[in-house]
Every structure is written in C-alpha cells, then in structure tokens.
Design a binder for this molecule. Structure first.
Ligand code: SF4
Length: 145
C-alpha cells in the first residue's frame, strides 16, 4: 500500500523530496577528497559539490520535483509498489525553493530530477517549465536534470 500525503506544505515536501534525492549517488562516494562529497547544508538539505568546465568549484542544490512514480525499476527505492511518502513540488514552488537558496548564495546551481508522473513527456514538461522559471532569474546558474 502506498501512503499519500494530501496537503503537506512546501517545507514538508522539500524534506521528503530532498531526502529521496539522496538515492542518486552522484558525489556520494569514490572520491578521496571529502570536500568533493555531497554534504548536508545547515537546514539538512543535500548540497552537492561540482567541478565547472573551467576547473573551478561550485555547489548546487539537489531535490526531486516529485517522488510519485509509475515505473517499476527493480533497483529503485521509489518504484511504484514501495510504501513511501509521496508528494510533488509544483512548477512555481520548485523554482521558488531553489531561488531562495540561490539568492542567499548558499548554492549556485540546481540538480533537479523526478519520478515518472504519468508519461515521460508530461514529466519532462514539468521539469523544463520549472527550469525555465529558474533560468530567467539566475541567468548563468548551473542547472542539471
Ligand atoms: S523511473 Fe521511477 S522507479 Fe525508475 S528509477 Fe526513476 S524514480 Fe525509480
């Protein structure tokens, strides 16, 4: 059985979604320098170090836009039949959350991914709509999906 939270606020959703984003192990291991590992920011959200094309370093904010997924990838803790708390950030909500961090200069980019809510095209539409919103405000911020 899947638990569905009907009306969590943005902060509650972000807690769930940024925690679930940890299953993507980018920056979690295999590098020797601890400064190159992901770590938790002051509020517990995951902050990811990245190396820029010019060799410089930066940090990005990472979250899922949604952990609702109708796929059944056997390796994935978020696959459809798993009993996890499910929720989604809206397009504007996702952008607002990221831009709050960005304006406080805690992060300089965004790593956004999502479960498959409906079809792949609809999911990608949601992601790109939010990224467009973010891009308009950040200009040269680093964005990964
Ligand atoms: S598509 Fe869904 S089940 Fe597959 S890896 Fe992504 S979140 Fe997990």
């Amino acid at each position: 059985m899947t638990a569905v939270i009907t009306r969590p606020n943005t902060e509650e959703k972000l807690d769930i979604l940024s925690t679930d984003a940890q299953y993507d192990l980018a920056c979690a291991c295999s590098r020797k320098d601890p400064d190159e590992h992901r770590h938790r920011g002051a509020d517990g959200k995951w902050i990811y170090p990245i190396t820029l094309p010019n060799g410089g370093k930066s940090v990005i904010f990472k979250t899922l836009m949604s952990n609702v997924c109708n796929n059944d990838c056997k390796y994935c803790p978020l696959r459809e039949d798993r009993d996890v708390r499910r929720c989604s950030l809206g397009v504007d909500e996702t952008a607002r959350v990221f831009l709050d961090y960005y304006r406080r200069t805690e992060v300089f980019g965004l790593f956004l991914s999502s479960g498959m809510c409906g079809c792949a095209d609809a999911t990608m539409e949601q992601l790109t709509a939010s990224l467009r919103y973010c891009g308009e405000d950040t200009g040269s911020g680093d964005i990964f999906i």
